[in-house]
Ligand binder design. Structure first.
Ligand code: HEM
Length: 408
């Protein structure tokens, strides 16, 4: 395709469109747009990765069941290989599990998890309301620290069944295991991550044993009961690692959905006014935040056997990264895609990926964000942004703020 002289310089590497690059960390959208228009299927030999940026290609790729996910299937030197943990390279949650195991493990977990979320909706909303009520009544405070960070971890702790007195430990371990999302972590961070992960496993083992003796109203009880009845053919280790995945997958992402959403509403007062005037727009508003600033900016698939992807020949073991952030701004799919507009009914975004690996936590993230926006803007009718230099997190493939000062 011909170069478009109006667009910014076309990136030559994936690194230029992720949070590795300071420019893209602040605003990844112009370089992604340049790729979408000029090089929608890019090969980056340095990190041995394909990078797709068009909605149609990405939708087709994430939905295609013939790709695999486990990083050990990826070629040496690719970004995906760096996500493998050294001590037990094959051990993985559903996130990187392939069939037949994915099809065995995910359905019972998803069924139990969704039933839990529905049952606990009033408790989840109460946690959100209490956290927002506990934030400062006036003055300037960091929305991330006071609201966006604590809510997802407190909610998942309650769903799982974490004991109140272990909450501080649980929050610390969650922080530590989230380091697994960073493919360029330091050796110290890897050590912290491994320590947190072992502590978490030990605690899940303790809880599973306790729930086998005395059941409680929580997801851990659901899982050990399903296992005992034969309805969930899962080993103890599979239960542990997937409960851990609910933490790793759900905390930072939901934190960023909240933070990105509040930032978007406060920088688009007409949209906040539209939401306040018509609260029924709540669910659509959450979808628009997810589309406009997707908290997870890319997901990946691995080619199993030589084939064509998005019109290009690709080889077995090659990694295909799909830019969800770019797909969600694709102008051929979304009218006025650069406009944050909660009042338009839009086509569905890909912020949660798609196909067999589509985010299992989507219903929970949606439920939390909807309640947070409703409660927050009701409690603080005049919430505003004081002058500040926004700092976006330097974590590749994620999009979220380090802190967000708001004035109550
Ligand atoms: C706004 C919040 C969230 C976003 C943007 C998000 C995004 C994603 C994305 C893009 C994927 C990969 C999908 C694919 O490759 O097709 C994924 C998978 C996953 N997410 Fe989420 N997520 C969010 C919240 C959550 C929550 C709340 C949980 C759990 C409590 C969770 C747990 C998971 C798990 C376990 C997977 C792996 C599913 C599988 O491979 O079968 N996520 N998420």
């Amino acid at each position: 395709m011909a170069d478009d002289p109006g667009s910014p310089q076309v990136p030559q590497s994936v690194l230029e469109v992720t949070a590795f690059s300071p420019g893209a960390r602040d605003n990844p959208h112009p370089p992604l747009e340049a790729l979408r228009h000029n090089c929608p299927v890019m090969r980056d030999e340095m990190v041995k990765t394909w990078f797709l940026t068009r909605y149609a290609d990405i939708r087709e790729t994430v939905n295609d069941r013939s790709f695999v996910r486990h990083p050990l299937n990826a070629e040496e030197g690719s970004i995906s290989r760096q996500l493998i943990e050294d001590d037990q390279p094959r051990r993985t949650s559903i996130l990187f599990l392939d069939n037949p195991d994915h099809a065995r493990v995910r359905p019972p977990l998803a069924k139990a998890f969704y039933a839990r979320i529905q049952k606990m909706k009033p408790q989840i909303e109460a946690i959100i309301d209490d956290t927002i009520d506990a934030a400062p009544a006036s003055g300037v405070f960091d929305l991330m620290a006071e609201i966006a960070v604590p809510i997802p971890v407190l909610v998942i702790a309650r769903i799982l069944g974490v004991d109140e007195d272990r909450l501080p430990d649980f929050r610390q371990w969650s922080e530590d295991v989230i380091l697994s999302l960073n493919p360029v972590r330091t050796p110290e961070e890897t050590a912290r991550m491994e320590k947190g992960s072992h502590a978490l496993d030990a605690y899940f083992t303790e809880l599973m044993d306790a729930r086998r003796t005395a059941s409680q109203d929580d997801l851990i009880t659901d899982m050990v009961q399903l296992q005992a009845s034969g309805d969930a053919p899962l080993t103890d280790d599979e239960i542990r690692i997937n409960l851990g995945a609910l933490l790793v997958g759900g905390n930072l992402t939901t934190t960023d959905l909240i933070g990105n959403g509040v930032w978007l509403f406060l920088t688009h007062p007409d949209q906040l006014a539209a939401l306040k005037a018509n609260p029924a727009l709540g669910p659509q508003a959450v979808e628009e935040v997810l589309r406009y600033e997707a908290p997870v900016s890319a997901t990946s698939r691995i080619v199993e056997a030589d084939r064509t992807v998005a019109g290009c020949p690709m080889k077995a073991r090659q990694v295909v990264f799909c830019s969800l952030a770019s797909a969600n701004r694709d102008e051929s799919m979304f009218e006025q895609s650069e406009r944050f507009d909660i009042t338009q009914k839009r086509a569905s975004h890909v912020a949660f990926g798609g196909g067999p690996h589509i985010c299992i936590g989507a219903p929970l993230a949606r439920m939390e964000a909807r309640r947070v926006f409703e409660k927050l803007f009701a409690r603080y009718p005049n919430l505003s942004l004081p002058p500040q230099d926004l700092v976006w997190r330097a974590l590749p493939f994620f999009r979220g703020l380090e802190r967000l000062d708001v004035k109550a």
